[in-house]
Design a protein around this ligand. Structure first.
Ligand SMILES: NC(=O)c1ccc[n+]([C@@H]2O[C@H](COP(=O)([O-])OP(=O)(O)OC[C@H]3O[C@@H](n4cnc5c(N)ncnc54)[C@H](O)[C@@H]3O)[C@@H](O)[C@H]2O)c1
Length: 263
């Protein structure tokens, strides 16, 4: 991929303070996008915006809890205020399976009401709010626009925790149906579906034991045999957000070292 793929575009990225969202914010800005970075962790988010500005890019930090519709609407409004319009929303914020106090992933039946509500609120409602806010704005602008979401390979096949997989499966199907509903308005909707990565999500998420042995066994579960780097799904998000993907909508792209190929 050559050139600046998002030159002059206005983008909102949720969960931009860490991991995939941080990598995407840096990459989108490097590719000419003006980025509203929206995260509940203000310190991480401010640091990402400072890094973008130091590199000569344009970005704004917004404190945003994606479980609150008003926060998500405000992030989109900030893009319109600062950059005049919205071209892309990347709904990326998400949290991992609930853990036991001992640091193991809870089994499905161990999940409390609070665990279930939290995962549904962040991983599902947060994405729904982001899609709705973007669609409303795209329509005000006369149509056209791009939605990218971070789902997971756990939403495509039986992989990872069942509760987490259920939340990501919802997002996988959301893109498929929205593609039909929004295609006539030239609004594209696609998902990036990462496999196992080591990010802040992993700490207390995929397992707290991040010893080399644990990393090696995680890697061996994937045909390509290496842990996914957060920059890799971010590259796919960039592609899907750009005009290179002008005729692509409703798809789920695994960035999983080949795991989804087995099912
Ligand atoms: N790490 C993995 O192995 C993995 C695998 C597949 C999919 N994913 C998905 O990738 C996405 C990014 O995860 P990551 O691995 O980069 O994790 P991460 O924890 O490193 O980053 C997630 C970011 O989201 C933010 N966030 C959390 N709750 C939020 C909320 N309510 N409102 C706004 N921001 C919030 C966090 O502050 C953090 O900055 C998530 O959707 C996750 O489900 C991760």
């Amino acid at each position: 991929m050559n050139g600046r793929l998002l030159d002059g575009k206005s983008a909102v990225i949720t969960g931009s303070g860490s991991g995939v969202g941080k990598a995407a914010a840096l990459l989108f800005a490097e590719n000419g996008a003006k980025v509203v970075c929206a995260d509940v962790r203000e310190d991480w988010n401010e640091a990402v915006v400072a890094q973008i500005r130091a590199a000569g890019g344009e970005a704004e930090a917004v404190r945003c809890d994606v479980t609150k519709r008003a926060d998500v609407d405000a992030a989109v409004a900030r893009a319109v205020l600062a950059y005049g319009r919205l071209d892309v929303i990347y709904n990326n914020a998400g949290v991992a399976s609930p853990m036991t106090p001992q640091g193991a992933m809870k089994s499905f039946v161990e999940a409390t009401d609070e665990d279930i509500d939290r995962l549904l609120a962040i991983n599902v409602k947060g994405v729904l709010y982001g899609c709705q806010a973007a669609i409303v704005q795209f329509r005000k602008q006369g149509g056209g626009g791009v939605i990218v979401n971070t789902a997971s390979v756990a939403g495509m096949i039986g992989w990872g925790g069942a509760l987490y997989g259920a939340t990501k499966g919802a997002i996988v199907n959301l893109a498929r149906r929205l593609a039909f509903e929004l295609g006539p308005e030239n609004i594209r909707v696609n998902n990036v579906c990462p496999g196992s990565m080591v990010t802040n999500f992993g700490i207390g998420g995929l397992g707290v034991d991040l010893s080399q042995a644990a990393l090696d066994s995680m890697a061996k579960l994937q045909p390509l045999g290496r842990i996914i780097d957060p920059s890799e799904p971010a590259q796919v998000a960039l592609f899907l957000a750009s005009d290179l993907a002008i005729n692509i909508t409703g798809i789920n792209v695994p960035v999983d070292g080949g795991v989804a190929a087995g099912k």
